[in-house]
Design a protein around this ligand. Structure first.
Ligand code: ATP
Ligand code: MG
Length: 239
């Protein structure tokens, strides 16, 4: 039981009275890599947002979200992040007036700014993120691919226990994908990864221990890495 980092029990989530996720049961182990696949609108981002405690999502009474042995259902998002959860956004927004340094200092008030700055610069170099980007407001005029790298960079500085990557590979060119994947592999150590993706191409580089398929708000299939290949080949079989 101790090797479980995140446990979802009966997770049912609604938005404006519309049920999006229906009784999800899932145990994720420490240090493992999971891929979540599923058709557009099946509830993948909703699952990520519900785990992080997004206030727009209504979690039903009987649902439980246990992270690192602690029931986090009632915690606000910032507290969940302090516990060691992190989400890289599918569509990272620009944050006017706030640099990546300021944001990370806010998240880690006890860490010295020069230490944060050093880490950001080192990771930026590894991810081939242009230095000049770091001094703008976060994501200001950044391309889609640059934004995805900046998301990953923030995760690397915060060193969470579990990271959900919501389509980190979408809109990313082949070379950038390789940069992202090798960075993810290098810094995985005992971090649990949940990679939400539509494509096997990232999973060729970051090999998942398990592939989970979500359809219509429910887990319909689970399997090994070859399930992702099968899906890419044959689709979800709903057409
Ligand atoms: N804030 C919201 N208000 C109303 N409906 C929403 C909201 N957020 C999500 N939904 C609906 O919930 C369903 C699931 O959306 P979600 O973003 O979780 O899908 P997804 O699996 O991530 O899809 P994609 O692969 O396109 O990213 C969709 O039908 C979507 O329109
Ligand atoms: Mg989504």
């Amino acid at each position: 039981m101790n090797n479980i980092i995140l446990s979802l029990k009966n997770l049912t989530v609604s938005i404006k009275d519309k049920k999006i996720l229906n009784s999800i049961n899932l145990d994720l182990e420490k240090g493992k890599i999971y891929a979540i696949m599923g058709p557009n609108g099946c509830g993948k981002s909703t699952l990520a947002n519900a785990i992080l405690g997004h206030p727009s999502y209504e979690i039903h009474e009987e649902s439980k979200i246990v992270f690192n042995q602690k029931d986090i259902n009632k915690l606000t998002t910032d507290k969940r992040v302090n516990e060691g959860l992190f989400l890289t956004f599918q569509t990272p927004l620009a944050l006017t007036g706030v640099s990546i340094f300021e944001l990370l200092k806010q998240a880690q008030p006890n860490k010295e700014l020069h230490k944060i700055s050093e880490e950001v610069h080192n990771y930026a170099k590894e991810l081939k993120v242009n230095e000049e980007l770091l001094f703008r407001s976060l994501n200001q005029n950044a391309s889609g691919g640059e934004r995805k790298k900046l998301e990953l960079l923030q995760a690397a500085v915060l060193k969470p226990k579990l990271i959900i990557f919501d389509e980190i590979d979408t809109g990313v060119d082949v070379d950038a994908l390789k940069d992202i994947a090798s960075f993810m592999n290098k810094y995985q150590k005992d971090t649990t990864y949940v990679i939400i993706t539509h494509y096997n191409r990232i999973l060729k580089h970051v090999n998942p221990d398990k592939v989970i398929v979500l359809e219509n708000g429910k887990i319909t299939r689970q399997g090994k890495a070859n399930l992702a290949i099968e899906i890419e080949d044959k689709g979800y079989g709903n057409n």
